[in-house]
Design a protein around this ligand. Structure first.
Ligand code: F0G
Length: 352
């Protein structure tokens, strides 16, 4: 059994790297595809449900897949600094990989709307963090102009190498299942990841690694659902801050993926997202951040439309520890504080 070499080495033949590309890696990828019996039971009809737990990447989100590629290519091109706008996870991944590659990471975030764990990561990895009085879409506008006018490389998903790296998530799903699933449920924010997964499935299909393509089922938070409504949202709002985005950069590509795959886009409310978030943690032992749970919220919402015997994969994009405040607020369990340290008292508190 060979040790996992990181996704660029593992999928080198499918990626735009050469023997001279300096590979900046934290051995990301190879995340587990976990069967979900609770969800399968809720749907019934012999449907198989798998969770692609991409929160288990080195910085806790799927962004590492894109960042190993973007930073390796930036290094190859001699970049000294990189920049991104972010709702949090991209900033953490950019910071970690840029520092590992010896570059300066600059990140622009919407002030007050980045989960605590993500901000803590960016700061500790050594990013230069600028919180603007504006939302993600406005932050993206700023960094695009910065990259156009200053010697700094953009590492948002507009950077084509990001999507190249992220498409490996689809390869891993097919490698484990032996084929593509019938449905792929995925959260959508800036719409890069759905675009990347579709690229990956199509490329593997052409290489003969699978003989079917999944329906791409994209889900957005109801307060930030431009792709569902068909028009930009000027003031996006949702508790799922990772996908609090009103004007996705990969809009056209995401719609093309949906259409080509005969998939569809739907909105899920914050209440539905929180319900899925709690089910995943308390019934499956899988802790993801709220934005990630939108793929499962979407699956539950669409459950009557899943064909009997189908195989469904839900992408869980980020780890639950990214957003500890949300977990503290929405945990199901009882939490009794200040209990006297006597066995009888503790036993009573436990209901014995
Ligand atoms: N899930 C999580 C946990 C995310 O952080 C993001 C995006 C998405 C889903 C949506 O993916 O943008 O490719 O459609 N986060 C970006 C960031 C915007 O800055 O971290 P997408």
């Amino acid at each position: 059994c060979q040790p996992w070499p990181g996704l660029i080495e593992a999928y080198r033949e499918y990626l735009p790297v050469s023997t001279t590309t300096p590979i900046v890696t934290l051995l990301e990828g190879n995340t587990p595809l976990i069967p979900s019996f609770t969800l399968a039971e809720r749907i019934g009809r012999q449907v198989s449900v798998y969770i692609k737990y991409d929160g288990l990447n080195p910085t806790g989100s799927f962004k590492d897949r894109g960042m190993t590629m973007a930073i390796s290519k930036a290094k190859e091109e001699g970049a000294k600094a990189v920049i991104c706008a972010s709702t949090g996870n991209t900033s953490a991944a950019a910071a970690a990989y840029a520092r590992r590659g010896g570059m300066r990471p600059f990140v622009v975030i919407p002030d007050g709307y980045v989960a605590l764990g993500k901000l803590a990561q960016a700061l500790l990895y050594g990013a230069e963090v600028i919180a603007i009085r504006g939302n993600f879409d406005q932050a993206l506008g700023v960094v695009r102009q910065m990259a156009d006018n200053y010697p700094i490389t953009l590492v948002n998903s507009l950077n084509p190498y990001r999507l190249e790296g992220q498409k490996t998530g689809a390869f891993e799903v097919v490698d484990v299942l032996g084929n593509a699933p019938d449905w792929l449920c995925i959260p959508m924010g800036n719409a890069g990841n759905i675009t990347a997964y579709w690229m990956g499935f199509c490329q593997y299909f052409q290489a003969g690694k699978c003989d079917r393509l999944p329906k791409m089922m994209g889900f957005q938070a109801a307060g930030a659902a431009p792709l569902v409504n068909g028009q930009p949202v000027t003031k996006p709002e949702t508790i799922a801050t990772a996908i609090r985005i009103g004007n996705p950069a990969s809009w056209g590509k995401a719609v093309a993926a949906k259409d080509a795959s005969q998939g569809s886009f739907h909105a899920v409310t914050d209440a539905e997202i929180l319900n899925a978030y709690q089910i995943l943690a308390s019934e499956e032992g899988i802790f993801c951040e709220p934005a990630s749970a939108s793929s499962v919220a979407g699956l539950l919402k669409m459950k009557d439309e899943i064909p009997t015997g189908a195989t469904v994969v839900c992408i869980l994009t980020g780890h639950g520890l990214k957003d500890p405040e949300m977990a503290m607020k929405h945990g199901n369990s009882q939490f009794q504080k200040g209990v006297e340290m006597k066995v009888e008292v503790v036993a009573k508190a436990m209901g014995f």
